[in-house]
Write a protein of this length. Sequence first.
Lengths: 215, 215, 215
Amino acid sequence: MKHEFLRLIDVLGTITFAISGVSAAMQKRLDVFGILIIAFITAIGGGTIRDIMIGDLPVGWIRNINYSIVITIAAVVAIVFNSYIKNLGTTLFIFDSLGLGFFTVLGLQKGIATGLHPLICIALGTVTGCFGSVLRDISLNNIPLIFQNEIYATACIIGGAAYFLLLQSDLQKDWLEVIIIGLIFFIRVIVVRYKLAMPDLYAKVKKSDLQEFRE
Amino acid sequence: MKHEFLRLIDVLGTITFAISGVSAAMQKRLDVFGILIIAFITAIGGGTIRDIMIGDLPVGWIRNINYSIVITIAAVVAIVFNSYIKNLGTTLFIFDSLGLGFFTVLGLQKGIATGLHPLICIALGTVTGCFGSVLRDISLNNIPLIFQNEIYATACIIGGAAYFLLLQSDLQKDWLEVIIIGLIFFIRVIVVRYKLAMPDLYAKVKKSDLQEFRE
Amino acid sequence: MKHEFLRLIDVLGTITFAISGVSAAMQKRLDVFGILIIAFITAIGGGTIRDIMIGDLPVGWIRNINYSIVITIAAVVAIVFNSYIKNLGTTLFIFDSLGLGFFTVLGLQKGIATGLHPLICIALGTVTGCFGSVLRDISLNNIPLIFQNEIYATACIIGGAAYFLLLQSDLQKDWLEVIIIGLIFFIRVIVVRYKLAMPDLYAKVKKSDLQEFRE
């Protein structure tokens, strides 16, 4: 059961990451091929950077054709039904948050399997979950969203730390995965729901800027 | 004869890709060193991304010094004779299209040699042919041209599919390469000559934008 | 003694590269997490690209946790004491130039150890020294500074050529390293001190632009 749950999240996460790529690419009015490439970059970018940095080559999506098929179908459907997809905001947000949790756990486990330091594993989990969107934004000539005000990465880092804490307990591995995915999902939902944000570093600067503006 | 033909296309393709990098970099008024780097990125970027993703390391241009020499000479000549090169438009377009075909076939064959799925091989061929220009545009803070209205990638994909179809026949490998390079060349020339384009996804949106503008 | 000197430069260089990332990120008003990522990208980007291209994987900073710790502490200190750090301009410039020399030598030596052509080794040295800042600028949606008017890369290339010249002599390896680091440091300081620059390719163009402007 748990295995099928994890595989389902993998597929749903890949699909929603691809759809987020389609949306961003259509905002910049790319043509069909450009949209497809951005969908791919968003969906497989994080895992690709991780695999390259730890030397697990060829990278995952090259070895398993299923990712390409899922992403292509998701992108084509998202292009055709673009106006309908806008109404699925909440559903996509839920899938996206589940996918974030799943990909983070995947990155963590790959780091552990490679025998890396826990802090590096947490970094790899965060890269896996977040850097698809970083590549998407750089390709579209935007400053990456997660560098600015997203709680994405913070959820991954907390989830990663919790993973290593719970690893000390005698929890079964499958349950551990489900719990951490749930935790990352939960953090992200709570933050967006209650509009929490990291402390604003520039509060003072902005204020003085404003004063300068008034004078 | 055919081998020499292929080697010639490799050199001509590398040179024209490097020159396209020089042109783009000079439009952004980079200094000599910046232009040289962009020439390199454009000429070897696609093959470098391919080699990294399949794990064929060190990447090709690092193992074979000839590429660096050809690119450096091409870039220096293109900088010095920049105003003359603008008049070579048609010649460069022909070399560039031949190079696109050659690099795509190279990527296809590397994918096949690595034992990858045909669809992944086609993707690798497209990456080899097109992603030098993607890296060039991202480095110069432009949205990649091929994401917007270029037929570049479509020619690569069709060429890649034809390669696998013809692989079923008992055609000799050298001839197969020449035919696919010719096909990609032909598609690109026809499209640019008759100004064909992918269907415009945003036709409706643009129309209503216009109306809004008039009101 | 020389070993400790080299290790000190490694640490100081990493710290100043991280701080330059923090400064650039704060200018774009990123949040804490975004600043930290840019600090990392700037400090370990050059070495990461080098390691990936030559296939020395997992990349260096993943294998040695010390880099992550040094970068994180440097970034946090730089964020907290941001207004004080602005007054350290000269000190940071000295550390930064030493770091540039050290990282260039590191890249050169890795290339030699991999058995690559001297010109490729010089390119790898330059990539190691300079491409952290290239990735930083691309991530922040700027055209890379070193493509425009920095003397950074030229110092690395001259230092790399000198390294191979001195390798012919019977100089001790440790001294060779110290001398080349000193040379790169010296070139950079001289250039910035006396405001030297590469010849301006666009002098004529700018003039005619001006005339057009006046008419």
